[in-house]
Design a binder for this molecule. Sequence first.
Ligand code: SF4
Ligand code: SF4
Length: 290
Amino acid sequence: MREILVLSGKGGTGKTSITAAFAHVSGDKIICDLDVDTPDLHLLLQPTHEREVQFYAGNEARINQAGCIGCGLCEEMCRYNAIHHDGLDVFTVDPIRCEGCKVCVTFCPEEIISFPEKHCGRWYVSTTRFGTMVHAQLFPGEENSGRLVALLKQEAKKLAKEKQIDCILSDGVPGVGCPVISSLSGADFVVIVTEPTPSGRHDLERVAGLCRHFRTRAGIIINKFDLNDEQSSHIEKYCRDNGYPLLAKLPHDALVTEAMVKGRAVTECGESQIGLDIRGAWEKIEKLTR
Ligand code: SF4
Ligand code: SF4
């Protein structure tokens, strides 16, 4: 089974538009949106949810007001400032601030602070016009995105096995933090989408460094290459010097935005140079991963 992951050092490089176009031009696959904090692939693929699962991770403190004697020890001991009381000595936990350290639970003299699992988000198995999709939404401010990413990857693999599909196409997480590392685990090939700017190059080098560290093969797409020929040449040289295949140089094209507004992949919007280039990039990926 091949797991192809599309990454970029930061958001706004066109990663999701390119993933949606790959989803359109490729054969059987399970599509996976690993960006659980700010998912947006669903805007282009318009999935119909077939299964919704609640995601719980970590724990949070909850005070049972009925048994509270108002001693204030919990507020005093919480180093995250997550417990407050009002003028009537009603103590409450701020769930956004609670780090789940369990100190208040342990020291409450009345033992009336419960410690349930935290409801952090939801994940879905959906159908789309390009195949089955696994995706999620973490609630605002919630952590544990790395765990949710790992869970989605696991589910995508399970579905691929059940349906005897040999390809998982994943839209990765922007940046180089914990969820990106989680998304890289087990990936066979990474498509790094970059743009011809100094910061684009910098981000590219950081993601490429991560791929090297995890010994994952990678290829590079320069998006909007024609906005800065000099920077594009630098990136091409970087690819040559470091042995990364240059999968495509995509031109700046207003069609991408038009497609986005319509909720379509750019390759669905008639013949275009960018559509041909994306198809060419996918053919190269197929050859590299077969
Ligand atoms: S430590 Fe327990 S009893 Fe004391 S204020 Fe906090 S919740 Fe109430
Ligand atoms: S579990 Fe820890 S962080 Fe959360 S309210 Fe209790 S002491 Fe504060």
